[in-house]
Design a protein around this ligand. Sequence first.
Ligand code: KMH
Ligand code: ZN
Length: 273
Amino acid sequence: MEKLIITAAICGAEVTKEQNPAVPYTVEEIVREAKSAYDAGAAIVHLHVRKDDGTPTQDKARFKECIDAILKVIPDVILIPSTGGAVGMTAAERLQPTELPIEMATLDCGTCNFGDEVFENTMPMMRDFGKRMMENNIKPEYECFEMGHLDTALAMVKKGQMPGHPMQINFVLGVPGCTAATIPNLCWLVQNIPSDATWTATGVGRSEFPLAAAAIAMGGHVRVGFEDNLYIEKGVLAKSNGESVAKVVRMAKELGREIATPDEARRILGLKK
Ligand code: KMH
Ligand code: ZN
């Protein structure tokens, strides 16, 4: 089995300091959380950014400020800025980070419920996002929240509408209103990916660590962090993203899986840097 790539989703667009005071908003807080995750063993940081008051934003200048500040402290980390942003943002707003010189970005693979709201990713939108990433040489991380999202991504790659092989696919399971974070669901999805693809499991809420355990055992990769779960165990808030990453590192050690450095992750993902 390849070494385990751990991604830390340090911020997200929806979680707040009222829910967990360690959720980062300012540039300094975002750097602090990125470094805590990296020091604990994360090779990748999935990045959303906020205004200082916590409002989610896709502002290109704010992304640049955060990316520059993170890379100053941890220059080799892989950053995956979000093009999902927050529910309700326009496609143009969401695409802003793809105008920066970034290695990877998320590409969301279909419209779905997102709690009580609808996260819109129409086919024309996805074609635009795919085109932009092909033009700007950005490797997508395909975000699949529903079973059908995988089929959509595979079909669009086949038609040349999205960047192709090797694909990196993130199964984000357990969002309220979407596919549940069960091991049979994860197995079904993994059985249907191309043979050269890499994949990550993200369990939302209480399923975060059980799904991580399954992915470690199955040879996939793992995402954890405040975007997905604010707790380190039942009823106990995580003090930092690093604490959640450290828990995955301990789980991997028990299961005999080594942790990938960022450069090892680049090789595994087929990134050219
Ligand atoms: N905030 C969610 C609505 C992504 O980063 O690409 C979408 C999201 C996905 O977080
Ligand atoms: Zn995200």
